[in-house]
Design a protein around this ligand. Structure first.
Ligand code: S3P
Length: 426
């Protein structure tokens, strides 16, 4: 258990870590492409290292450079059969996307993960990939890891989404780009579109019309250079921090602003929060610098089709309810219950431990402005990186004897969180 010194305000410039979703995809997609490509500024965290190791097991080479890696591959048609089980560790993105990458390979592959990942649903990729001819065996009646991919030949299919998940969409598109024929995937709501943007940059023929994405199979993927922007989901903690710690003034540099990821900015607009974006740049993946200061703000109701665009930011957004003039309500977010932890239960456990007034719903939560703080609260990370970071911020905000357990899990997405936060403490 770790205790923290109370922090008054945060000031300065933050360069957040590189985007986790784009880093995973860079490692995977350049491995699927033939030739030598470069990844510049990838995130090297526990999660993305799991993806890199998985691709090395398929015979792909990664050479370290000053700012990233050179990836050399024979392409997906010449993947080797891994000699051992692939450990996806804590990473749902690794497990779900790799299932799509590997299913058409005609190889025998076994995927597993840590205790948290072994509890998370895999049937969401197993069922639609099976409609494309993939063959799997998986624990718990075909629902969970460990999962075995059996050699089989995939064909194209028209898949209709059952969940609002970019991981599931990506798994289908990654299988579809390899299988013969034209595959379509129709989403239930727009989810993050990094896979579509990146596959197109590698030369795949992929188009989006409303909620329907179409990809041509048996594609030649060409190695390219990919520059990874800063992670909006990591920046979100500092957007939240500026609103939690009075007297703060922060500039967040080089943050990815893809609209399918940056929905929290719309939520901040709804809360009446003022911030500015400077130096907007980039092509298909926009980026910019965000400037935000402490201010008073109101609560709001967060629901509907924006949820997939703020899914990883919801523990932070819910926590802002403590500091707002009125409650924050989150609905339609049942997906939170199957993340690295049950993020509805985990967020409410910590807020309740601090003495907050909250309400729990099957698909969300309501958090009221806090009145009396329990300065002896023992907060828990639930071994979930995003829950840990919010808990650390709360402990630093309220001080006293508040502790947080097992904070090492921040390594999953933000290995330098503690140092970065400290460098801003005024
Ligand atoms: C991710 C998609 C989201 C998100 C996860 C990363 C991705 O998961 O929560 O952290 O990189 O595609 P779902 O697709 O399951 O919602």
């Amino acid at each position: 258990m770790t205790a923290f010194k109370q922090v008054k305000s945060l000031k300065g410039t933050v360069r957040v870590p590189s985007d986790k979703s784009i880093s995973h995809r860079s490692f995977m997609f350049l491995s699927m492409a033939k030739g030598r490509g470069r990844i510049i500024d990838p995130l090297l965290s526990a999660d993305t290292k799991a993806t890199m190791a998985a691709m090395q097991a398929m015979g792909v080479t990664f050479e370290e450079t000053v700012n990233g890696f050179v990836v050399t591959s024979q392409g997906y048609k010449d993947f080797k059969e891994p000699e051992n089980v692939i450990d996806c560790m804590n990473s749902g993105t690794t497990a779900r996307l790799l299932t799509g990458v590997y299913a058409p390979s005609g190889k025998y592959i076994v995927l597993t993960g840590d205790a948290s990942l072994r509890r998370r649903p895999m049937d969401r990729v197993i069922i639609p990939l099976s409609q494309m001819g993939a063959k799997f065996a998986a624990r718990d009646n075909g629902r969970c890891l460990p999962l075995t991919i059996m050699p089989s030949k995939l064909h194209s299919a028209d898949i209709i989404a059952e969940t609002k998940s970019a991981q599931v969409k990506s798994a289908i598109l990654l299988a579809g780009v390899q299988a013969e024929g034209i595959t379509t995937y129709t989403e239930k709501a727009v989810t993050r579109n990094h896979t579509e943007i990146m596959l197109s940059a590698l030369g795949a023929k992929i188009t989006t019309e409303g909620l329907k994405i179409t990809v041509e199979g048996a594609a030649e993927l060409n190695a390219i250079d990919i520059v990874v922007p800063g992670d909006f989901s990591s920046a979100a903690f500092f957007l939240g921090a500026a609103l939690m710690f009075e007297g703060s003034e922060l500039m967040l540099e080089n943050v990815g602003l893809n609209p399918t990821r940056s929905g929290m900015l719309k939520i901040l607009d709804d809360m009446g929060v003022k911030y500015t974006i400077e130096n907007e740049r980039g092509g298909a993946e926009k980026l910019g610098d965000i400037i935000i200061s402490s201010q008073s703000f109101s609560g709001c109701t967060v629901e509907g089709d924006i949820i997939p665009n703020i899914i990883d930011e919801l523990p932070m957004i819910a926590t802002l309810g403590l500091f707002a003039d009125s409650p924050v309500t989150i609905r339609n977010a049942k997906e939170l219950r199957v993340k690295e932890s049950d993020r509805i239960a985990a967020t409410l456990y910590n807020l309740n431990a601090l003495g907050a007034e909250t309400e729990e719903y099957e698909d969300g939560m309501k958090v009221y402005p806090i009145k009396n703080i329990n300065t002896k609260a023992a907060l828990k990370s639930f071994e979930d990186h995003r829950i840990a970071m919010v808990a650390i911020m709360l402990a630093k905000r309220f001080g006293g004897e508040i502790t947080v357990d097992n904070i090492e899990c921040v390594d999953v997405s933000f290995p330098t969180f503690m140092e970065t936060f400290k460098s801003l403490e005024d």
